[in-house]
Structure formats: structure tokens, C-alpha cells
Ligand binder design. Structure first.
Ligand code: SAM
Length: 287
């Protein structure tokens, strides 16, 4: 039974973390000519009007993307450097607002972020299991090369391998409504690593007081995988028994230099998110 709906959380600090890192990965991949297949295993709706009742209920974007949006004039002025990654990302976000680019009215989800960097030789596969969310996704104006699948993204990804393009980039972004999902994600990564050794994979995980993500990290290490880098963005310390206090990303085969690029970008993000915010990047397993 799926109950999670991303519209309640669109544009929160975890979205900023994940989408900015994804943007950095894609920017690196675009430096080479060879084509890329992108797979988004848990796509969600793709686009979120922030005035919708779901987004208005928790207003999580007010502690996520909004503080960065308010600083955009200064941040966009700094484009072209690693620190300027945030500025480039904000320029894209501005483009997503359509005619009235001065106001933040919409927050784009991972399908939109991946689609914005799609070249005609690249492919994009989007998986969504929730029938209602899938209907929203079908309604989004995405490029023709964006294939939308109604089904389980982890199973779908495994069935697709190996892909026809020389390169593969995967985003795995579950809601972790079931505790077993941590282990399933780790198994999927081990499978991908066997079938597509050079794939670049981003896995999002929540930082919760229960520390459940540790099982995922331990599993991939025990599976013998290498080149695993983590980026963790904490909004505050884990004070409460429940509730997400931070956002984590596990990157398999990050392009060279990406660790430093994300580190620099996250320092900008942290400065906008408040006194308690922190970023920590570390190699979980090296070369
Ligand atoms: N990746 C999206 C983004 O960044 O905009 C957000 C995705 S949200 C965290 C997780 C989504 O996965 C939900 O829309 C949920 O319905 C969907 N989902 C849950 N289990 C799934 C599965 N096994 N396969 C595909 N989608 C699934």
C-alpha cells in the first residue's frame, strides 16, 4: 500500500540536496559526447505547483528552496565556478517558472531536472508505481525521449540492463515507507554494478534518528562495491525521536572532481539554510 506523496514535501531541503547533486552529475556527464541513458526509478509527479493544498500543508519549501531562491541574484551572479553551480541551478529553476520567472510558484521534480539536460542522443526512463502519481507524471510536458513506465522502478531498472547507450546514470529515490527498501536498494546497486560496471548511480536516503540508512551503507560495502562517496546535508541535529533531520546521498562512480564540486556547492546551500545546517562529504569506500 503506497501512501507517500511527494507533493507534501516538494522543494524541501532534501530535494535541493538531491536535485543539485543530480544537476552536478549531469553537467559532468554532458562534457563527453557519448550518449547517456538516465533512469529515474522513483519519479514522482515530475512538477509541483507550490500553491497546491498538498504543498501548502507543510510548506516544506519555505525551509528548503525558498531561502536559496531569495539569494538568487547574488548566487546567479557567481556562475561559471564550482561555487557557481548553485547559481546555474537557480537559473534553471527560474526557467521552470515559465512566463513569470521572478516568482517561485513551481518546484520541478527529478524527471524535469533530468529532462532539462537531455540531448537528442540520450534517453530518459521514468518509473512510478503509484497509479495517481503516475497519472500526474503522464500529464507533464517532457521531451519525446522521456519514457514513462508504470511499475516498480528497481525491478524495471534491472530488466533494462545492459542499456544500448555507452553510459548509464541512475537516480534511486525511494520513500522508504517499507524498512526492507534499504536492503532492496543495496541489492539493486550490487546488480547494476555487475551489469554496468561504469554506471553512475545516485541513491538518496533519509537521515533519521533510528539511523536505518546504515544498513544500506553496510550492505553495499559488504557486497564488495568500490568508489562510493557520500554527501550528507543536516538541517539540524537529531533531537527528536522521529522525523528526518538530514538528507543523504550515496554516489557510486561519481565523475572525477564531483566530490569537491558538491562540497563547494553545499557550503553555499548551508549558508542559506540557517545556523544549524551542516554538510559532510566522505568516501564510504574508495577506489
Ligand atoms: N524522485 C522524485 C523527485 O525527486 O522529484 C521524488 C520521488 S518520491 C521520494 C518517491 C516516489 O516513488 C513516490 O512517488 C512513490 O509513489 C514512488 N514509489 C514507491 N515505490 C516505488 C517503486 N517500487 N517503484 C517506483 N516508484 C515507487
Amino acid at each position: 500500500m503506497l501512501s507517500y506523496q511527494h507533493a507534501y514535501h516538494a522543494g524541501n531541503f532534501a530535494d535541493v540536496h538531491k536535485h543539485l547533486a543530480m544537476f552536478a552529475v549531469q553537467r559532468n556527464l554532458l562534457r563527453k559526447k557519448s550518449s547517456v541513458t538516465y533512469v529515474d526509478t522513483h519519479a514522482g509527479r515530475g512538477f509541483y505547483p507550490l500553491a497546491d493544498p498538498e504543498s501548502q500543508r507543510l510548506k516544506e519549501h519555505e525551509k528548503g528552496v525558498l531561502p536559496l531562491w531569495r539569494e538568487r541574484a547574488a548566487l546567479i551572479g557567481n556562475k561559471g565556478s564550482d561555487e557557481g553551480l548553485v547559481g546555474e541551478w537557480l537559473s534553471e529553476l527560474s526557467r521552470a517558472q515559465g512566463a513569470n520567472a521572478r516568482q517561485l510558484t513551481h518546484y520541478p521534480g527529478s524527471p524535469w531536472w533530468l529532462a532539462q539536460g537531455l540531448r537528442h542522443e540520450d534517453k530518459l526512463h521514468l518509473f512510478e508505481l503509484h497509479p495517481g502519481e503516475q497519472q500526474h507524471l503522464e500529464a507533464q510536458p517532457l521531451p519525446h525521449d522521456a519514457y514513462r513506465h508504470h511499475g516498480d522502478g528497481l525491478v524495471g531498472l534491472q530488466r533494462m540492463l545492459p542499456v544500448a547507450t555507452p553510459r548509464l546514470c541512475v537516480l534511486i529515490d525511494p520513500s522508504y515507507e517499507r524498512k526492507q527498501e534499504y536492503a532492496e536498494v543495496a541489492e539493486t546497486l550490487a546488480f547494476v554494478a555487475r551489469k554496468a560496471r561504469h554506471a553512475v548511480v545516485l541513491i538518496w536516503y533519509p537521515l533519521l534518528p533510528a539511523g536505518r540508512h546504515q544498513g544500506l551503507l553496510d550492505d553495499v560495502r559488504q557486497a564488495g562495491l568500490r568508489k562510493l562517496w557520500c554527501s550528507e546535508l543536516r538541517l539540524h541535529s537529531p533531537q527528536k525521536e522521529h522525523g528526518m533531520y538530514g538528507s543523504g546521498l550515496l554516489l557510486f562512480n561519481p565523475p572525477w572532481g564531483l566530490d569537491q564540486q558538491i562540497e563547494n556547492a553545499m557550503q553555499r546551500v548551508v549558508a542559506c539554510l540557517g545556523d544549524e545546517a551542516r554538510h559532510r562529504g566522505f568516501w564510504w569506500v574508495g577506489e
